[in-house]
Structure formats: C-alpha cells, structure tokens
Design a protein around this ligand. Structure first.
Ligand SMILES: Nc1nc2c(ncn2[C@@H]2O[C@H](COP(=O)(O)OP(=O)(O)OP(=O)(O)O)[C@@H](O)[C@H]2O)c(=O)[nH]1
Ligand SMILES: C=C(OP(=O)(O)O)C(=O)O
Length: 209
C-alpha cells in the first residue's frame, strides 16, 4: 500500500518565465502559454493517485488563482530566492513523502507520474530519487522519503548534481513525465505525446516548433 505524497511545484512569475520559449508559438501571447503549461502540469499532478497535497510556490497572481481553483495550497516565493529555494520553501514541514516537480510538463499523464512515485517508494534504501528529463541532463522530479530533506539541486546539469548529492535516478518508461518544455522544439515534442487541454486549446491551429 503506497503512502500519500506532498508535491511541491514552483512556478515563476509569468512575465519572467519560460524565456527560451518566448516567441516560439507565433500568435500566442507568451504569458498565456506559460500559464497553460503550468495549469496542465498542475491538473495532471492533482489527478495523480497517491498525491494528497499539492503546494504551488509562486508570486504570480494568475498562477495562484488557477492553483487555488483546483485545490492546491499556494505559498509565496521567498524574496530574492531561486528555484531551489522555492522547492525548499514548499517542502518545509511536510511530514511524509515529498516530491518536487517542475511546472513545465504539459503532456504529463497522471498514470506515469503515479508509476514514478510508486517506484520511488519501492526502494528500501530510504534515499532521495530523481527522474531525469528526456535528454538526460536535467531533472523533472525529485522525491524524498519521510524525514529526509529534499535538498533540491535543480538548474543546468541537475541530473548529475542530484546524483552527486546521493540521489538515485529512477528508470522507467515515462515519456510524458520526462518531457519538460523549455523551447519551441520541446513543445513540438510534447505535442506529439499529447498536450493537456489548456495548452492544446491555446496552440491548436498554430505552428509549433
Ligand atoms: N517559484 C519559482 N519557480 C521557479 C523559479 N525559477 C524557475 N521556476 C520554475 O521552475 C520550473 C523549471 O524552471 P525552468 O525550466 O528553468 O523555467 P524558466 O526559468 O521559467 O525558463 P527559462 O527562462 O527559459 O530559463 C518552471 O516551472 C519555472 O516556473 C523561481 O525563482 N521561483
Ligand atoms: C530546471 C532545470 O532545467 P531547465 O531549466 O533546463 O528546465 C532542471 O533540469 O533542473
């Protein structure tokens, strides 16, 4: 029987978010696209079996509104902090299993996330586990057992940084989980897997990638 998860999802202010994607979908306002990516990720996380609580760390009022509507808890960003500080802040005082996930997974399927979370709990070693992104250099998910600090090392080269910090990679065929979207080419790859409803509605009929 799996134990419940608290999932922490940081989202940057939309005006500053996803700069590598800016202009990537002609005709689609950038902030609407950034919001759609986060909203679809959030919906999939909320729909994932085993996820008891979702904490969205953000200073963006539109993201906060969407998050509250789907029953997530909203925490403001720590002033002048970065992505890893946002993960640590969101994980504060979480009692059981904690996972940090990036908010740029618009093709995410709840079944694939559930499978990855189950795989993390199946490890008897009691260490942090992570899921690398599709290219293998980044991280989309970091999981910590009860009582073990999340110790996030997201950012460029984070898969190696997480491994160097003692976290172990999770192997699994979870293409929708591993498909983070940083560029227009990533969005095209996510579209081939099947985008969530908000990103689909916003980009349908548009040239992506
Ligand atoms: N709350 C919070 N979330 C962040 C911060 N930096 C990044 N994120 C989120 O973390 C996730 C992964 O970050 P990146 O892929 O680097 O996204 P990004 O910084 O918006 O994209 P680029 O501008 O292209 O580097 C995204 O969902 C971001 O919204 C931060 O300082 N605070
Ligand atoms: C945040 C990360 O990278 P990117 O900005 O490339 O999504 C990461 O992979 O840890």
């Amino acid at each position: 029987m799996s134990q419940p998860w608290t999932v922490v999802m940081p989202v940057k202010r939309l005006t500053a978010a996803k700069t590598r994607l800016r202009g990537g979908v002609p005709g689609v306002p950038h902030e609407e696209l950034a919001l759609a990516l986060a909203a679809d990720t959030l919906d999939a996380v909320r729909a994932c079996p085993g996820v008891a609580e979702v904490r969205v760390v953000t200073d963006d009022h539109q993201v906060a509104e969407v998050a509250r509507l789907v029953g997530a808890q909203v925490l403001p960003d720590v002033a002048d902090a970065d992505l890893n500080a946002a993960f640590r802040h969101g994980a504060t005082d979480a009692a059981g299993w904690v996972a940090g996930i990036t908010a740029d997974l618009p093709a995410l399927r709840p079944t694939e996330l559930a499978a990855a979370l189950r795989a993390a709990q199946a490890d008897p070693a009691g260490v942090r586990r992570f899921v690398a992104d599709a290219p293998g250099s980044g991280t989309v998910l970091l999981a910590a057992p009860p009582g073990v600090p999340l110790e996030p090392r997201f950012g460029s080269g984070s898969a190696a940084a997480h491994a160097a910090s003692g976290a172990r990679p999770l192997a699994g065929d979870w293409p929708s989980l591993r498909r983070d979207v940083d560029t227009a080419a990533d969005l095209a790859a996510a579209a081939r897997l099947g985008l969530g409803p908000r990103t689909t509605a916003l980009t349908s009929g548009c040239q992506v990638g």
